[in-house]
Write a protein that binds this ligand. Structure first.
Ligand code: PLP
Length: 462
């Protein structure tokens, strides 16, 4: 007997109340937040799908491990536990603990980068690109062409375009390529997975040209689920073995353990080669901390060591991927345009197709973000012209290439009834779709404006 209902493979020992709000209250809170949910206090949010980063619920085993934290400055027991876990997973001998992913990126890309250097990736995550560009180097995205089609059902839309990679390496000269970065899953590319075949091919190209391959492995466990279920030769391996095989193809790895580490803060840099490790360790000691704790306390390292084991448990991963797909497939069946197939950590709604009457410069994604909060108290994030739109030299608006809204699912936090509620909210979203108006920006900072910009809906009283 195979049951259809996928239950959460845990029971709840400690709870955190969420405060119910009325539509009238939410209209008031939204106005006070200048129609930007980043400016909402979290206690005014019913279901928070802003990010899956650092929002996981820890297990009883992780909390118990925290009590074993050894806070010695050097050579702590907790460091040994952390080292053994990360070393076993990545197969890399040099492990540098950092306070989060971008600290590992700053160290590695600062070391490899610099003026005149190039980085190629399936898609650089925004902090990755920022750290590369800060070093003076250039970051170029080479996503596979099928990733641009939101409706087709290719299994690995997160892949890197290997033909384009070979062409680019020849074009800029192999000695000017600082590294190739494979982001698994491809966060900025809709959370789509990367196949082992693609990773193997990318690795082969890198070895041929003596270019280091870096795995940005924030969601390597979720990616392993897709490989096992979509790449025939991997169905007999465990998820952890699949991840280990992927690490074996790379020369270095950076991880924000705020994702698949199942903790609220932390990261690491793993390296194969001694010379890079020596150079990066110097930078670690200057900016993060001594080599055996870096940016972490002993208790953090204990919780990460346990989280990196739990995240590969078959029941957990199955629940994780299926529950994200549950939300995505249900709203898609109602007629909500989403990126398909559904990725591992989030559902991406195509706001341009949901609101075809709202032009990009009136921010259809922001309109949906506000609707989700107004109707259901749900917090989400715009990934479109608010985040990536620019102004040209004449002050003309240049929209982003797509207008998406991301519903990111925190790990082990919400139950199926929370998701059923979100699905129901979309009924009302669809009912009101033609009345929804666009937004104008009334105040914006020079950088990263999505965090702090103020908005106003068209047609609102001044
Ligand atoms: C989150 C993330 C990072 C950065 O990690 P932080 O812990 O937020 O600094 C880098 N790459 C990818 C793919 C990410 O998802």
């Amino acid at each position: 007997m195979i049951f259809q209902t996928i239950i959460e493979p845990f029971r709840i020992k400690s709870v955190e109340s969420i405060r119910m709000t009325t539509p009238e209250e939410r209209a008031h809170f939204l106005r006070e937040a200048h129609y930007n949910p980043f400016l909402l206090p979290s206690d005014k949010v019913l279901i928070d799908l802003l990010t899956d980063s650092g929002t996981s619920a820890m297990s009883n085993r992780q909390w118990a491990a925290m009590m074993l934290g050894d806070e010695s400055y050097a050579g702590a027991k907790s460091w040994e536990r952390f080292f053994e876990e990360v070393n076993d997973l990545t197969g890399m001998p040099h492990i540098l603990p950092t306070h989060q992913g971008r600290a590992a990126e700053r160290i590695l890309y600062g070391y490899l980068g610099g003026k005149g250097k190039y980085f190629f990736s399936n898609t650089h995550f925004d902090t990755t690109r920022a750290n590369i560009e800060f070093s003076g180097a250039t970051a170029i995205d080479l996503p596979c062409p099928e990733g641009k089609n939101f409706d087709s059902d290719e299994p690995f839309k997160g892949n890197l375009d290997t033909a384009a990679l070979k062409k680019k390496i020849v074009e800029v000269g192999a000695k000017n390529v600082a590294a190739v970065i494979l982001t698994v899953t491809n966060n900025s590319g809709g959370g789509q997975p990367v196949s082992m075949a693609n990773a193997r091919e990318v690795s082969g190209i890198c070895r041929q040209y003596h270019i280091p391959l870096v795995l940005d492995c924030c969601r390597v466990a979720e990616n392993a689920w897709f490989i096992r279920h979509r790449e025939a030769e991997y169905e007999h391996l465990t998820y952890r073995e699949i991840a280990q095989e992927m690490f074996s193809l790379a020369d270095a790895a950076v991880m924000s353990v705020k994702k698949d580490g199942l903790v609220n803060m932390g990261g690491f840099l793993a390296l194969r080669d001694q010379a890079s490790s020596d150079a990066c360790t110097n930078l670690l000691i200057i900016t993060e901390g001594f080599a055996t704790y870096g940016g972490l306390s002993g208790r953090d390292m204990e919780a990460i060591a346990v989280g990196l084991e739990e995240v590969f448990e078959a029941d957990y991963l199955h629940y994780r991927i299926r529950s994200t797909a549950y939300l995505g497939e249900h709203i898609r069946n109602k007629g909500v345009p989403v990126i398909y197939p559904i990725g591992g950590h989030a559902v991406y709604v195509d706001a341009r197709r949901l609101y075809p009457h709202i032009p990009p410069h009136e921010f259809p994604g922001q309109a949906l973000v506000c609707e989700l909060y107004q109707i259901g108290g749900i917090r989400s994030v715009e990934v479109g012209s608010v985040m990536f739109g620019k102004y040209d030299a004449n002050g003309g608006f240049v929209p982003a290439s797509q207008e998406l809204v991301r519903l990111a699912i925190p790990r082990r936090v919400y139950t199926q009834s929370h998701m059923d509620y979100v699905i129901e909210v979309f009924d009302e979203i669809l009912r009101r779709r033609e009345q929804v108006k666009g937004y104008r920006i009334t105040q914006e900072p020079p950088f990263l404006r999505h965090f702090t910009a103020h908005f106003e809906p068209f047609g609102a009283p001044a």
